[in-house]
Design a protein around this ligand. Structure first.
Ligand SMILES: Cc1cc2nc3c(=O)[nH]c(=O)nc-3n(C[C@H](O)[C@H](O)[C@H](O)COP(=O)(O)OP(=O)(O)OC[C@H]3O[C@@H](n4cnc5c(N)ncnc54)[C@H](O)[C@@H]3O)c2cc1C
Length: 258
């Protein structure tokens, strides 16, 4: 069985994240880039299954700028067997549809029985790439799972919703997305880090995957404008001298709040 984990690189959420006010893209130099925590949890699901089932291959797949190779190497250090990096400057600023189209082409190219993704990334937070992939690949999808059981030819799991737990299953090949209910990823060992250095990260461009980035017959979402949020100003303090009610009413009326 071949499990492909969608392993996205994101700016470290513990640091200062920043968007470029010209391009709308994340400023990659602003802080350290790291594997998204939800991607690490997804990898943990795959590695735990692979450890208990010899012969199961785990592949980490990421689409991102050149520097994202380091994140995929972390995936190898944690125990993935292979890493695939879709990298192409033409894909910078890819919207959700182009990202899904490209990742779907990569998944067809490398082959998979099961795709494990996060339910939403911590930077883009689109939350739709896994569903788009299932549609494009014409396979079933189980979303937002809080537990997963993988067996020959099938994946099953629970989705928690409105105080209930919904049991779901699908035949393989399939795409699943998982939530933060799963445990955090493991730490890399020295042995894993050393082994990762000897492994190759396969590079694929849009052209390698037959993806036409410039195809304007496909609807794409376009950033219309981006601006910094106005700086917060101090609020108005009304101290009661017997006229606080009047002052409050005047303030609300002056600001169109009543
Ligand atoms: C050169 C280049 C520059 C890029 N710059 C940016 C950027 O500045 N900001 C940005 O947010 N994105 C960037 N991307 C990546 C891409 O545009 C986004 O990943 C995409 O729009 C998905 O949005 P999302 O994270 O909101 O998806 P969601 O639907 O929230 O993602 C859900 C899950 O899908 C999987 N997934 C999503 N995207 C990827 C990915 N790229 N690789 C692997 N797994 C993935 C993960 O498992 C994730 O948990 C860049 C890509 C390239 C090639």
């Amino acid at each position: 069985m071949r499990i492909v984990v969608l392993f996205k690189e994101v700016p470290d959420s513990f640091g200062d994240r920043e968007l470029d006010l010209q391009t709308g893209l994340a400023v990659r130099a602003a802080d350290e880039a790291v594997p998204d925590e939800i991607s690490e949890r997804a990898l943990e699901v795959a590695l735990t299954h692979a450890q208990a089932h010899p012969g199961v291959e785990v592949v980490v797949l990421g689409m991102g700028p050149a520097g994202a190779e380091a994140t995929l190497r972390k995936g190898l250090a944690l125990g993935a067997d292979e890493a695939v990096h879709v990298v192409d400057d033409a894909l910078a600023g890819a919207d959700l549809t182009l990202t899904a189209e490209t990742l779907a082409a990569a998944l067809r190219h490398i082959g998979f029985d099961l795709v494990v993704a996060g339910d939403a990334s911590s930077d883009g937070s689109g939350g739709v790439v896994p569903a788009m992939l299932a549609e494009l690949l014409d396979v079933p999808q189980l979303t937002a799972l809080s537990s997963v059981e993988i067996s020959d030819g099938q994946v099953a799991g629970l989705r928690s919703a409105d105080g209930t737990e919904v049991a779901l299953s699908a035949s393989l090949p399939s795409v699943i997305s998982i939530t933060e209910a799963f445990p955090e990823g493991r730490l890399a060992t020295f042995k894993g880090i050393a082994a990762a250095k000897k492994k190759t990260v396969t590079k694929l461009s849009a052209a390698d995957l037959g993806v036409d980035v410039a195809d304007d017959s496909v609807p794409r979402s376009i950033m219309v404008s981006i601006a910094a949020q106005p700086a917060r100003t101090a609020g108005v303090t009304i101290s009661d001298q017997g006229d606080a009610g009047t002052l409050l009413a005047e303030y609300l009326m002056a600001n169109g709040l009543v």
